[in-house]
Design a protein around this ligand. Structure first.
Ligand code: AMP
Ligand code: ZN
Length: 139
């Protein structure tokens, strides 16, 4: 079995690298949803942010933001950028080695974000407040 991202980091599997330092790498996604779709990956293996030292997760996001800024000013000239992290199977995680997607957007590019809830009435202020309290108590 093994972890495909660990294999890439160890040079045992192919990748098109954008960045490498002591803690974080970035390489092109093998099935890009848009031109320039890339992944920012900590070298240390961990599936979820809680599995890794906070400074490594922070550095991963900082690197993703820095690369996203570069993508914006690059010849790719996207109209926008999505940053995306899937934490857990239910969130769509398929590779269980933490990674932040940097997804350049080009207007009508065929990558859709949708939710059934958008077809329903939104929660009222009281419900939003209750949910806010639940989260507030946990942080
Ligand atoms: P996620 O659903 O967030 O776990 O996404 C995993 C991502 O990893 C997908 O976008 C895949 O296309 C990408 N991926 C899987 N294997 C490779 C690989 N060998 N090299 C580059 N990207 C990969
Ligand atoms: Zn790994």
């Amino acid at each position: 079995m093994g972890c495909i991202f660990c294999n890439i980091i160890e040079g045992k599997a192919d990748a098109s690298f954008i960045h490498k330092d002591d803690d974080v790498v970035a390489f092109m996604d093998i099935r890009p949803v848009s031109k320039g779709h890339l992944l920012v990956v900590p070298i240390q293996h961990g599936s979820s942010p809680e599995d890794l030292p906070e400074e490594i997760v922070t550095k991963t996001f900082e690197t993703a933001l820095r690369i996203a800024r570069g993508v914006k000013t690059s010849e790719l000239a996207p109209a926008g950028i999505n940053l995306f992290l899937a934490d857990g199977k239910a969130a769509g995680q398929e590779v269980f080695h933490l990674h932040v997607h940097v997804i350049p957007r080009y207007g009508d590019d065929g990558f859709h974000i949708s939710a059934d809830a958008w077809a329903e009435a939104p929660p009222d202020r009281a419900e939003l407040g209750d949910t806010a309290s639940i989260i507030q108590r946990a942080i």
